[in-house]
Ligand binder design. Structure first.
Ligand SMILES: [Zn+2]
Length: 254
């Protein structure tokens, strides 16, 4: 869920040869290939390697079509087709992540890349995490598009970037996820201003609680400002740091 540096090897394609083309099923077109399955949804092209559970590619395609409608509406954007590659094992995911995005998984259970050059890599995530993480990275992808972040790197003030991604993920895919904080926050997440600090925290004892803290802060900010202000700021053509400064000043946070 965190952004990673992308490398020029993104052009390497996991090419497969189509051997049969069954009739279209609903809005999705299914291609069986020698090395896997390809599903063409309305807003995504999903390739899955052999061994990925049957129906998963179609489920991911359906989910992305749903996110295009909901998150695209919230952020007033119509992103292009997303290319997705599904892997049957963590090892296969990790290998692809290294060759295509020049990065390692954050842990043995990390099976989600960010969207780099219009491509998302996914390993064997449990269904609930899969949908939540899809919503998270889809939101980040749109924020990057609107703020002109072409670097494929996690931007500064990462707590608000990941916090807004979690805000949308909880809005549309809360099932199986829990983030309820009672009492004072155990850590001042808004003090984390750089991607490096964010990654260090992620690897430490705070772990994935970091995302919950970021979500709580982003939700408080949205409640103070109203979602329309977030949407308005995203469409000013501002780079991310300028946009964040505006939101924090406007909300009286800074
Ligand atoms: Zn993220």
């Amino acid at each position: 869920m965190d952004r990673r540096v992308h490398c020029s090897l993104a052009a390497i394609l996991l090419c497969v040869a189509a051997v049969s083309v069954p009739a279209p099923a609903g809005a999705q077109r299914l291609l069986h290939t020698s090395a896997g399955t390809k599903v063409e949804g309305a807003h995504a092209s999903i390739w899955s390697e052999r061994g990925v559970p049957k129906g998963r590619a179609a489920a991911v395609g359906g989910e992305i079509d749903r996110l295009f409608t909901h998150i695209g509406h919230d952020l007033e954007d119509a992103p292009p087709r997303l290319r997705v590659r599904l892997f049957a094992s963590h090892l296969a995911f990790a290998r692809a992540l290294w060759s295509l995005q020049d990065a390692h998984p954050q842990s043995s259970t990390d099976n989600t890349s960010s969207v780099g050059h219009g491509m998302l890599l996914l390993g064997p995530l449990p269904a609930a995490y899969l949908r939540h993480n899809l919503a998270h990275v889809y939101t980040e992808w749109i924020i990057d598009r609107l703020t002109g972040n072409h670097t494929d790197a996690l931007p500064s003030i990462p707590w608000l970037y990941d916090g807004l991604a979690e805000y949308e993920a909880y809005r549309y895919e809360p099932a199986g996820m829990h983030c309820t904080l009672k009492g004072p926050s155990p850590f001042g997440i808004t003090k984390v201003l750089t991607a490096r600090q964010w990654m260090v925290l992620r690897a430490g004892p705070l772990g994935s609680l970091e995302y919950c803290l970021a979500y709580a802060q982003a939700r408080a900010l949205v409640n103070r400002l109203g979602w329309s202000r977030i949407e308005w700021a995203l469409h000013r053509g501002w780079a991310w740091p300028v946009l964040v400064r505006h939101l924090l000043v406007r909300s009286g946070t800074r």
